[in-house]
Design a protein around this ligand. Structure first.
Ligand code: CAP
Ligand code: MG
Length: 459
């Protein structure tokens, strides 16, 4: 139970003080950008002072007072740390360093319109190396509507993507081509064809496939699009392959994207490691060219995984919806990678809802109005397979791409059979759910029953 800090001052639990960047009386404006940081001060460092230091360094201040402060409207441009709450079950007697949630408000004029690069240069620019802090984690951000309106968001969005694909009322199915590296273009294309023909909607390049000696990018694009076209013709369905256009320079990325368009691909892919400006550039390109933009979150674990230091993935999700990606890998609840169902629900809501209310259990610290920005489709992958279909549908809902790499290409009867097993399992589970059945309880039975007539699923 966290008391309102203003009450704590009044009751004398903590002494009232106001210093440069610590303003406990401040009422954030509707137009402020607000951050919630988890701070772990060094022994002996006061929590409010640490919060004030973060507010200072991420807005106007440096380590000392400077004469030129007097030449500007410091009161306005200074970020305001206005609330610090102790994190329950940390600090004295728990064997853990004391942690605090520090809330900091930033005036809108501190940021350039529509620029993730500019936003992040302030918010995560210098502060993460502060000596006064043992650790620092950006847990969440409230983006004001006025600021969101300066971003264009996802070029396509979930609604239009479904219309283009002509697929409704169920998760989409995908697979990452495996092995990740080493196949020649022709063999690679064969995997794509088999998986699409067997029932998947999409196949995908892996995060680290660009243009290596065993397969140059043009070859990959040509063989993959041949596979897409053949599979579409054979099944009568719209199919796609996320062509990874990640490359050493922007010029190369544009060249690859143009070629994908020329070949009629509905979708291209980039990796998070290309950087925020490159992502925004590709979003702009995708918008102009009616292309779906898939983002693989390669590299995120280096800063999202630790619970006390780094940037929460829910913040990355917000930045990416603003930057404008149509798909983003957002984790799973089962499989080979870490995933807490509550946190994952928070990420998925952040990506797919118009309005997301505060929900502390899901790590959502603020109400978030998305100002009609398009929605981003979450992608689940990492060691998942058809046998988990009930759990996947239950936890992740229908607006998601379920991606089974090993879970398609590792099927004992072959790639097409792997794809068929996934499609049959999915359709059976969606039907059961629509009939109001409890799929978490009955899921395994539903799969068993379906497997009686579907040998690939039985396998
Ligand atoms: C999955 C995958 C994906 C990760 C990404 C891999 O393969 O291709 O890159 O799942 O993780 O390389 O591991 P499998 P996330 O389907 O064969 O496991 O979605 O969490 O970003
Ligand atoms: Mg991968």
């Amino acid at each position: 139970q966290i008391q309102d800090p203003k009450e704590r001052y009044k009751s004398g639990v903590i002494p009232y003080k106001k210093m440069g960047y610590w303003e406990p009386d401040y009422e954030p404006k509707d137009t402020d950008v607000i951050c919630c940081f988890r701070i772990t001060p060094q022994q002996g460092v006061d929590a409010e002072e640490a919060a004030a230091a973060v507010a200072g360094e991420s807005s106007t201040a440096t380590w000392t007072v400077v004469w030129t402060d007097r030449l500007t409207d410091c009161e306005l441009y200074r970020a305001k740390a206005y609330r610090v709450d102790p994190v329950p079950n940390t600090g004295e007697g728990t064997g853990q360093d004391a942690q605090y949630f520090a809330y900091i408000a930033y005036d809108l004029d501190l940021f350039e319109e529509g620029s993730i690069a500019n936003l992040t240069a302030s918010i995560i620019g210098n502060v993460f190396g502060f000596k006064a802090l043992k650790a620092l984690r950006l847990e969440d951000m409230r983006m004001p509507v006025a600021y969101l309106k300066t971003f264009q968001g996802p070029p396509t969005g979930i609604v239009v993507e479904r219309e283009r694909l002509d697929k409704f009322g169920r998760p989409l199915l995908g697979a990452t081509t495996k092995p990740k590296l080493g196949l020649s273009g022709r063999n690679y294309g064969r995997v794509v064809y088999e998986a699409l023909k067997g029932g998947l909607d999409f196949v995908k390049d892996d995060e680290n496939i660009n243009s290596q000696p065993f397969m140059h990018w043009r070859d990959r694009f040509l063989y993959c699009m041949e596979a897409v076209n053949r599979a579409s013709a054979a099944t009568g369905e719209v199919k796609g392959h996320y062509l990874n256009v990640t490359a050493p320079t922007m010029e190369d990325m544009y060249e690859r994207a143009e070629f994908a368009k020329e070949l009629g691909s509905p979708i291209i892919m980039i990796d998070l490691i290309v950087g925020y400006t490159a992502i925004q550039s590709m979003a702009k390109w995708a918008r102009k060219n009616n292309m779906i933009l898939h983002l693989h979150r390669a590299g995120h674990g280096t800063y999202t995984r630790q619970k006390t230091h780094g940037v929460s993935f829910r913040v990355i999700s917000k930045w990416m919806r603003m930057a404008g990606v149509d798909h983003i890998h957002a984790g799973t609840v089962v499989g080979k990678l870490e995933g807490d169902p509550n946190m994952i629900a928070g990420y998925y809501d952040t990506l797919t809802k118009e309005y997301v209310p505060q929900n502390l259990q899901q790590g959502l610290f603020f109400d978030q109005d998305w100002a009609s920005l398009n929605k981003t489709m979450p992608v689940a992958s990492g060691g998942i397979h058809a046998g988990q279909m009930h759990q996947l549908l239950h936890y992740l809902g229908e607006d998601v791409v379920l991606q089974f790499g090993g879970g398609t290409i590792g099927h004992p009867m072959g790639i097409q059979a792997g794809a068929t097993a996934n499609r049959v399992a999915l359709e059976a589970m969606v039907k059961a759910r629509n009939e109001g059945r409890n799929i978490m309880e009955e899921g395994p039975d539903i799969l068993q029953k379906e497997a009686k007539w579907c040998t690939p699923l039985k396998q």
